[in-house]
Design a protein around this ligand. Structure first.
Ligand SMILES: Nc1ncnc2c1ncn2[C@@H]1O[C@H](COP(=O)(O)OP(=O)(O)OP(=O)(O)O)[C@@H](O)[C@H]1O
Ligand SMILES: [Mg+2]
Length: 494
């Protein structure tokens, strides 16, 4: 929505201008945000620290708060908690340069309304402010109350800065306090189990047992006994009574992995657990109450299975209370460099390989490969490459052949050459990457193509170096003064 129409609609709804509090220790950020928001008709109050912001909220009641996550003194998350104790309802939008897993999940858990990444996208900022105001209105009308969540350190490593993964993290944060049944879907190797574990870690059942059951790996005739237990003598080999996973897991969470592979008869029994909260051992007559949360995962097309009548529709609706769709790695190639870095760190910690670098050319190949086995396949490839690199940086020559071959084939097609040297391959990779940048920018940039390209490089270098101006300037070949000037221009750009 453009700023003008936004202002117009706001003034029509409400004659009093909504007030926005901006808390950031960086005056340039406050200034640029102030400009965007005040032009859209908001009244702005600025605070240069978390402490100052809290004092302001005690005296005035802003409609929305924009809060920086990284500040000297009180951090954004600390300030968020304090602010929440002063005002339970005001929507707080966190501002972050790094969309880390931790930031996204923590922010949502502590009751942030949303978060926005720096440098700002003006439309996004305005859109967020608008939806925050709407949420307050809905909240007041609905008279509902969302309980505040407890603090918890987020430790499991789920990497993902891509918008698609950030959405996944948001849902994890949002359902953290509920006991809702969750259905996680996604291709093989996308991280479904990792996400199930994150859900549990952030749930009220985090201290209770978590039992994963791979429905595809257990034969149909054994799965019911495995899940529900059996009475002595109920079938050949049942020499003693045995408790199943559901009874062992009482108060905890069962992770039904590959639920699409579960036989229809077992599906019926799972439905009963969800409906009645009780199980029956195989060969038994007693109904046993269990208190279990179910998280299920599948890489199958469940909707198609329902049409083919191989999956019960009623069970599907019971499981699909919250749906998390995990994107394939192809849909988030921008996560690959960070995933690779994370995997190398783990290999080093596990003392399996000590490699800390990947050449830009090799990284380019990794980013262009299609990864049908998703993150698991990437993990394998990195392990194999790291072993081959023997302590050096990973170069193209260390990558598994099937990957370089697959990526090379495309170039061989265009160059009609059967042998492509690594150097040529690297040049071709850069050229292909630039081709797509060029075709995107040539239509959009209209006279500012070079500047747009430079801006993108500056933003990337700045983020990549952890906002280290000296390192970013060095990488870019700019002086620090020039870099700061350019960053400021980018912030102010409309
Ligand atoms: N976002 C991520 N960050 C870091 N590691 C990840 C991520 N996603 C997946 N992995 C790693 O990739 C591997 C595969 O993940 P996981 O087993 O959770 O996938 P899955 O979707 O359950 O696969 P499958 O369908 O084959 O069971 C694991 O070793 C996991 O740690
Ligand atoms: Mg799995």
């Amino acid at each position: 929505m453009c700023a003008a129409s936004f202002f117009f609609s706001m003034t029509l709804i409400d004659n009093e201008k909504p007030t926005i509090l901006i808390i950031d220790d960086d005056s340039e950020i406050r200034y640029s945000l102030d400009r965007v928001l005040s032009r859209a008709g908001y009244q702005i109050i600025e605070a240069a620290s978390g402490e100052e912001g809290i004092e302001i909220v005690k005296k005035k009641s802003p409609s929305i708060i924009f809060l920086d996550i990284r500040m000297g003194g009180m951090t954004g998350i600390e300030a968020l908690q304090h602010l929440r104790s002063v005002d339970q309802q005001v929507p707080i939008i966190l501002m972050t340069a790094f969309g880390t897993t931790q930031t996204a999940i923590e922010a949502m858990k502590f009751g942030a309304f949303d978060y926005v990444m720096k440098p700002f996208d003006q439309e996004k900022v305005l859109g967020l402010a608008e939806s925050a105001l709407k949420a307050v209105k809905d909240f007041e009308q609905a008279d509902s109350y969302e309980p505040k969540l407890k603090s918890e350190d987020y430790k499991e490593g789920i990497v993902g800065n891509s918008p698609a993964m950030q959405e996944v993290f948001k849902i994890i944060g949002q359902v953290a306090a509920s006991d809702a049944t969750v259905l996680i879907s996604g291709e093989s190797g996308t991280g479904k189990e990792l996400i199930a574990r994150a859900l549990v870690q952030h749930s009220l059942r985090s201290k209770a047992p978590f039992i994963p059951v791979n429905c595809a790996a257990i034969p149909d005739n054994l799965i019911e006994s495995e899940l529900f237990g059996h009475e002595k003598g109920s079938f050949t080999g049942a020499t003693a009574q045995r408790k199943g996973k559901f009874e062992q897991c009482d108060q905890g969470t069962i992770f039904l992995d590959e639920i699409g592979d579960m036989a229809l008869t077992t599906q019926t029994k799972i439905l009963r657990v969800l409906q009645e909260g009780e199980i029956q051992r195989v060969g038994g007559s007693e109904m046993i109450k269990v208190d279990i949360r179910i998280i299920a995962a599948t890489n199958k097309d469940m909707e198609a299975m329902i049409r083919e009548k191989t999956f019960r529709e009623d069970l599907y609706y019971r499981l699909n209370v919250v749906r998390i769709r995990v994107p394939s790695l192809r849909e988030r190639t921008e996560d690959i460099p960070e995933l690779v870095d994370f995997m190398l760190q783990i290999l080093e910690k596990q003392k399996k390989a000590k490699v800390r670098k990947v050449s830009p050319e090799a990284m380019n190949v990794l980013c262009r490969y299609s990864w049908s086995g998703n993150v698991r396949e990437l993990e394998n490839a990195i392990y194999r490459s790291a072993v081959m690199a023997k302590g050096e940086a990973i170069l193209i020559k260390h990558l598994p052949e099937e990957i370089t071959n697959a990526v090379h084939i495309e170039k061989e097609d265009t160059k009609e050459s059967s042998e492509v040297s690594n150097e040529e391959a690297e040049i071709a990779a850069i050229s292909t990457a630039l081709d797509s940048v060029f075709s995107t920018l040539k239509t959009e940039a209209d006279g500012s193509l070079l500047k747009r390209l430079e801006d993108e490089m500056i933003i990337r270098a700045f983020n990549e170096t952890g906002e280290d101006a000296a390192a970013a300037a060095k990488l870019l070949g700019l002086t620090q003064t020039d870099l700061k000037k350019r960053l400021k221009e980018i912030q102010l750009q409309e």
